[in-house]
Design a protein around this ligand. Structure first.
Ligand code: NAD
Length: 282
């Protein structure tokens, strides 16, 4: 019978690590700055999850909200002030930003030491070099955390990742390489998606298409990690994987909701404490 890999259990393990790390840290708990422009429901639901997690982990958090219409120069001035604030240990920028703001400028501006979600060129370079001293995107790292917490070794395994975005697919493929997996990356132009997926011992879905992967994409006893967060035809939250249809094939799978999402914010918290540690050593 297929085992459900619950995000809450992984998050609890990360909480133990975070609590231990905080014991060695003097002064007030590290503070996260969440930066949001506008009122997009997706951003606001991610923000609520992040705020709850920080509070639950005993960390400080403050949300900075700016109007949707804010100009590029005004936003840069505001962002720069947050970036320089010594009381702010880490920053989560909700993206994409409205189109009048040059997002790539912000990526270059953010202090790599506070860049908890790995959007700066310096952190991206470290992820691609297999250097763990920076910050990888939280969602990509959450996938690794789910596997490690469940004692699933990636060494030499065939891993197929569906999706090649800078937030999930690409950085995750690099983190998987670091774990010595044999990695295949699929995308919209992949010729035979079914075959590429079926070969996988570990299949990661990060395409953002409701229930696009089903039993036909899953090999016998494969482990399936579903990163997708979508709404189905009934307005219900669902992943990229049709969970019911893979039950007879997969050995383990993460649900949506209740899977990778809960781990992503736990990784964010861990990054915040790491940032706090590094900054106080300086
Ligand atoms: P994106 O749209 O930027 O990228 C999607 C990728 O999937 C693209 O590279 C595309 O080539 C590929 N793709 C799309 N349709 C495909 C198809 N039919 N066949 C093969 N490949 C296809 O999305 P993203 O930002 O990487 O996010 C992916 C999903 O993960 C979304 O559902 C998003 O909501 C979710 N997400 C979850 C978390 C979390 O914390 N769990 C965090 C970020 C994103």
């Amino acid at each position: 019978k297929m085992k459900t890999l619950k995000g809450a259990e992984v998050s609890a393990k990360i909480k133990e690590q975070v609590t231990q790390m905080m014991e060695g840290l003097e002064g007030p708990a590290p503070k996260l700055a969440i930066v949001r422009v506008g009122e997009k429901p997706d951003d606001m639901s991610y923000e609520r999850g992040a705020v709850k997690k920080m509070e639950n982990f005993g960390l400080r958090v403050r949300t900075y909200v700016f109007p949707e219409q804010i100009s590029d120069s005004d936003f840069k001035a505001e962002f720069s002030a947050i970036n320089r604030d010594p009381d702010v240990s880490g920053i989560l920028l909700l993206r994409p930003l409205p189109k009048q703001i040059a997002e790539t400028d912000i990526e270059k501006m953010i202090d790599p030491e506070k860049d908890l979600d790995g959007i700066s060129p310096a952190n991206i370079a470290k992820v691609f070099a297999g250097d763990k001293t920076g910050f990888a995107p939280c969602t990509a790292e959450a996938v690794i955390e789910v596997l490690k917490a469940n004692e699933i070794d990636m060494t030499g395994k065939n891993v197929t990742i569906v999706g090649r975005s800078m937030v999930v697919g690409r950085p995750l493929s690099m983190l998987m390489l670091k774990e010595n997996a044999t990695v295949t990356i699929c995308h919209t132009r992949t010729m035979d998606l079914e075959a590429e997926c079926r070969r996988a011992e570990i299949l990661v879905a990060a395409a953002g298409k409701a229930k696009m992967l089903d039993g036909r994409h899953v090999g016998q006893d494969a482990i399936v990690i579903d990163v997708g967060i979508n709404v189905d035809e009934n307005g219900k939250l669902c992943g990229d994987v049709d969970f019911q249809s893979i039950e007879s094939m997969a050995s383990m799978a993460t649900p949506v909701p209740g899977g990778v999402g809960a781990v992503t914010t736990a990784v964010l918290a861990k990054h915040l404490v790491l940032a706090g540690q590094r900054q106080r050593r300086n």
